[in-house]
Ligand binder design. Structure first.
Ligand code: PLP
Length: 386
């Protein structure tokens, strides 16, 4: 079959899934609930900035949804990651184990703390950190000194581990959590893409000391811009809330501060939007999982690998993903589909190839490279069935 004929079949199928669209975007937000009502209510209340009822309500909803004791609202997912790393104790000159296969925000947030990332390969089934590769790295390169993990070659302390649930597909988080415990490494999940995704019935982001979410406009749910940290540790939650609000000491009128703080708190206006969106999380995820099911059937027939959740996981299928045969076919597919107004996207350039991170240690990253060459994300928006 000529390759363009095969690509046209894909374009035709995607069009059947979004019949009312001429240009089909990768992921667009959908506001069909209480969004207008709550945003107008926030405006009428005059509490549009970083204090307001919706910010508190948002935190309660996030804690409840993720099964965590505490949630702290932030201005975006990147600041949530930065803050989670800070309160976990990551410092200048230390190292953080993470993925080269991730969105730049993960590696940037690590850099903000003055620490440097070490890149562990991903698993070809989950697209997230491989527990086996993590174990290999720990056994080969890490030693415990007075209970603290140190990198044998760089002599630096390993201050945290940040796996990422790629495209909303839960990674092998239970095994990773066990390894982190064994090696006394704080676990911070980058769950920015996996709101509504579960591993063995437990919400992603709730397996480590801290979990981080994003409410950017292209994610499953959006607050315009926003993020959240979840944790069961009251001290970490209190410190995160304090540091995201300029570390201002509570007082009726005095301005006093006891840390270099940050202006990282989510505004109430955004939280109003977030609360309305969170009310629809279950129906959005159901809708996305149905689309993923239809994609899966179609691509089986085309003999194009479609990335599925692990049997023990329940993914939100934030961005659906397929694998082409090689980089050349990937590029042809991207050109063809985008020319035909079906938006598709390659995955991120691996972090270790970016000038800022070329000196960072990694474990070979064979699977990451294989996936970078072949993976394409296809249109995944929640469809408006109303
Ligand atoms: C979106 C995203 C972030 C950052 O979220 P923002 O809200 O855009 O700052 C972090 N990590 C990953 C993996 C993401 O996809």
């Amino acid at each position: 079959m000529p390759v363009h004929h095969k690509f046209q079949k894909v374009v035709d199928f995607i069009r059947t899934q979004f019949p009312d669209k001429d240009f089909i975007p990768l992921h667009e937000p959908l506001f069909i609930g209480n969004e207008r009502k709550y945003v107008l209510d926030a405006i009428d209340s005059t509490f549009v900035s970083s204090v307001g009822a919706y910010v508190n309500k948002f935190e309660e909803m996030m804690a409840s949804i993720t099964g965590s004791k505490f949630a702290v609202a932030t201005v975006n997912g990147t600041s949530a990651l930065h803050m989670a790393l800070l309160v976990a104790g990551v410092k200048q000159g230390e190292e953080v184990l993470s993925q080269a296969f991730t969105f730049i925000a993960t590696a940037n947030a690590i850099s903000y703390t003055g620490a440097s990332p070490v890149f562990i390969d991903i698993d070809s089934a989950t697209m997230g950190m491989s527990a086996e590769k993590l174990q290999n790295f720990l056994e080969k390169h890490v030693t415990l000194k007075e209970g603290q993990p140190y990198n044998k070659s760089s002599k630096k302390r390993i201050a945290a581990c940040v796996p990422m649930h790629s495209f909303g597909l839960p990674c092998e988080i239970e095994r990773i959590a066990t390894l982190c415990k064994q090696w006394n490494i704080p676990l911070i999940e980058d769950a920015a893409e996996s709101l509504g995704s579960y591993y063995k019935g437990r919400h992603t982001g709730s397996f480590g000391q801290l979990g981080v979410f994003s409410f950017n406009g292209n994610k499953t749910l959006t607050s315009g811009g926003g993020g959240a940290i979840v944790t069961n540790d009251e001290n970490l939650a209190k410190l995160a809330k304090h540091l995201t609000t300029q570390a201002k000491m509570p007082h009726a009128w005095e301005f006093s501060h006891d840390y270099v703080g940050y202006n990282y708190r989510m505004p109430n206006l955004n939280a109003a939007l977030a609360c309305a969106q969170l009310e629809q999380l279950n129906s959005f995820v159901t809708n996305k999982r149905e689309l993923a099911g239809r994609y899966s059937n179609f691509f089986k027939g085309e003999e194009i690998p479609f990335i599925m959740e692990l049997p023990e996981a329940k993914a939100n299928y934030w961005l659906n993903a397929i694998l082409l045969s090689d980089r050349a076919e990937r590029d042809e597919f991207l050109a063809y589909t985008n020319e035909h107004k079906v938006m598709t996207r390659p995955t991120w350039t691996l972090m270790n190839k970016l000038v800022m991170f070329t000196d960072c240690q990694h474990d070979g990253l064979e699977v990451s490279q294989y996936i970078e060459d072949r993976l394409v994300n296809i249109p995944s928006s929640v469809r408006n069935n109303a």
